[in-house]
Design a protein around this ligand. Structure first.
Ligand SMILES: CC(=O)N[C@H]1[C@@H](OP(=O)(O)OP(=O)(O)OC[C@H]2O[C@@H](n3ccc(=O)[nH]c3=O)[C@H](O)[C@@H]2O)O[C@H](CO)[C@@H](O)[C@@H]1O
Length: 402
C-alpha cells in the first residue's frame, strides 16, 4: 500500500457497506469542476457509474461530467438517455486466444489510449473514476499521461482485470462486498440510483401492476438475466409457463434484447390447464424500479447490481449465478444468501422442473417471502454513492497536495 493509502485509512474491510464510516470531506477539498467517469459494456458497470454521476450533480449542479465508454456497449443508449455526455473509444478487449483480434489488439489498445487521453485532456478533468469494463485500462493510462488522479470502484466480489490494473496506479479503491480482498481498498458498497434506494414498493405497486397488465390478486415473479438476459433462465421459465399459470403465479419476464419468446406458443387456444395468470415478456426494462415494485420475488443472475439493488429494497431473490467468468457471481450473492435473504441455485440445476418444484411454492409462501425480504434489506448499500463522491474529493485533494 502506498503512503497515500495509509494516510487515508487503508483497508477498512471490517465495516459493512450500510454502516461503514462515510469518509469525511477534508475542509480543503477542492470543488470538483470536471469529472471523467469510465465504464461500460454491460449495465453492471454503467448503473453504479450513473448513480455516482447523479450524486456528483446533486452536490454541484454545474460540475462537468464526461462518461467514456466503448463502441458497441449498452452505454451508447443508457448514458445519453440519462442526460450525460458520452464519448466512445474503440473497444480493446484483452485477447483470450491467439486469433486475428489478438493480432490487432496492440494497435486497437494504443488507439483507445490515445482517444481516451484526448477525452481526459479536453474535459480538463480533475479526476478519472473507473467502474470496470474494457474501457477502463485505456482510461486509466490516459489519466496517468494527463497527470490526473484515479479512483477505482469494483462492483464484483472478485476484482476484474481493469480494477487490478487501476489498483497499481492509485490507492483510492472502493469495493462492494466483504469478500473482496484488494490491498488498500475500502468497503463502500454499491452506488445505487436514487430511483432504487428511494423506492417505496408498496406505494408504486398499483402503478407498476397497471403498467404491466398484472393484478394485485396473485403473487408476481420478476425474471431477469441481468442487463443482457440469460438463456438458461429464459428456457427454464419458458418450459414452466403452463404450470405457473395454473398455479396462479404471474410472471414479468425481462428476457434481454433479442431473446424474447412467445409465452403462448405452447398453449392451446382453450388453455387446458385452466390457468389465467398473466405471463408478460419484455426485452429490456428502462425503469427497473417499476419491475421491482410489481414483484414479490425475483429470479435472476447474481450480477453485482442485481444483488445489491434487490437487497437494498428487501426483495427476496433466487440467484442463478453465471457459471462462467471468474466465479464472481456466486461470491456476489454469498452475503445475502448467508443472511437468509436469498436462495442460490447452480445454473445446471436451474430447469423448468426446478421452477415448478421450488420457485412456484416459494412465490406462494407470503410468510417466507416476508422473512427473506427483511433479511435482505439488512444488507445495506444505501449511501455508497455519497461515500464514493467523498473518496473522489479525497483523491483530488491528495493529488493537489503532492
Ligand atoms: C454477463 C456479464 O457480463 N455479467 C456481469 C455484468 O452483469 P449485468 O450487466 O447483468 O449487471 P448487474 O446484474 O450488476 O446489473 C444489471 C443492471 O442493469 C439494470 N437492468 C437490468 C435489466 C433490465 O432490463 N433493465 C435494467 O435497467 C439493473 O437494474 C442493474 O442496475 O456486470 C456485473 C457487474 O460488474 C457482473 O457482476 C456480471 O457478472
Amino acid at each position: 500500500m502506498s503512503d497515500t493509502a495509509a494516510e487515508h485509512g487503508g483497508t477498512d474491510s471490517s465495516a459493512r457497506s450500510g454502516d461503514g464510516v462515510v469518509p469525511a470531506r477534508s475542509s480543503d477539498a477542492a470543488a470538483l469542476t470536471s469529472v471523467v467517469l469510465a465504464g461500460g459494456g454491460t449495465a453492471g458497470h454503467i448503473s453504479p457509474l450513473l448513480a455516482t454521476a447523479d450524486a456528483l450533480r446533486r452536490e454541484n449542479p454545474d460540475v462537468r461530467i464526461t462518461v467514456v465508454g466503448s463502441v458497441g456497449g449498452l452505454e451508447e443508449t443508457i448514458v445519453p438517455e440519462r442526460g450525460y455526455d458520452l464519448k466512445v473509444i474503440p473497444k480493446a478487449a484483452f485477447p483470450r486466444r491467439p486469433d486475428l483480434a489478438a493480432l490487432r489488439f496492440p494497435l486497437t489498445f494504443r488507439r483507445a489510449v490515445r482517444q481516451a487521453t484526448d477525452v481526459v485532456r479536453n474535459a480538463e478533468a480533475d479526476v478519472v473514476v473507473g467502474f470496470g469494463g474494457y474501457v477502463c485500462p485505456p482510461a486509466f493510462l490516459a489519466a496517468r499521461r494527463a497527470g490526473v488522479p484515479i479512483v477505482v470502484h469494483e462492483g464484483n466480489a472478485r476484482p476484474g482485470l481493469a480494477t487490478r490494473l487501476g489498483a497499481r496506479f492509485t490507492s483510492f479503491i472502493a469495493t462492494t462486498f466483504s469478500a473482496t480482498k484488494l490491498p488498500g481498498a475500502r468497503l463502500l458498497g454499491m452506488p445505487l440510483r436514487h430511483e432504487i434506494t428511494g423506492l417505496d414498493r408498496a406505494a408504486l405497486r398499483p402503478e407498476a401492476l397497471r403498467e404491466f397488465g398484472l393484478t394485485d390478486a396473485m403473487p408476481t415473479i420478476l425474471v431477469t438475466g441481468g442487463s443482457l438476459g440469460a438463456a438458461r433462465i429464459n428456457e427454464a421459465f419458458a418450459g414452466a409457463v403452463a404450470a405457473l399459470r395454473s398455479a396462479g403465479v404471474q410472471v414479468l419476464h425481462v428476457t434481454g434484447r433479442g431473446k424474447e419468446f412467445d409465452p403462448d406458443a405452447g398453449a392451446t387456444a382453450a388453455k387446458p390447464d385452466g390457468g389465467d395468470a398473466a405471463y408478460v415478456v419484455l426485452p429490456y426494462a428502462d425503469r427497473m424500479e417499476l419491475c421491482y415494485a410489481a414483484a414479490d420475488l425475483v429470479v435472476t443472475r447474481a450480477g453485482a447490481n442485481m444483488v445489491c439493488e434487490t437487497a437494498s429494497i428487501g426483495l427476496p431473490a433466487v440467484f442463478v449465478p453465471l457459471p462462467i467468468g471468474n466465479g464472481e457471481q456466486r461470491l456476489n450473492c454469498a452475503d445475502v444468501v448467508d443472511a437468509g435473504g436469498a436462495i442460490v441455485v447452480d445454473n445446471a440445476d436451474f430447469t423448468a422442473d426446478y421452477v415448478v418444484q421450488q420457485v412456484i411454492p416459494l412465490a406462494k409462501n407470503a410468510d417466507r417471502l416476508a422473512l427473506m425480504g427483511a433479511a435482505a434489506r439488512a444488507q445495506g448499500h444505501g449511501e455508497a454513492d455519497e461515500k464514493l463522491v467523498a473518496m473522489i474529493h479525497e483523491a483530488v485533494s491528495a493529488a493537489a497536495r503532492s
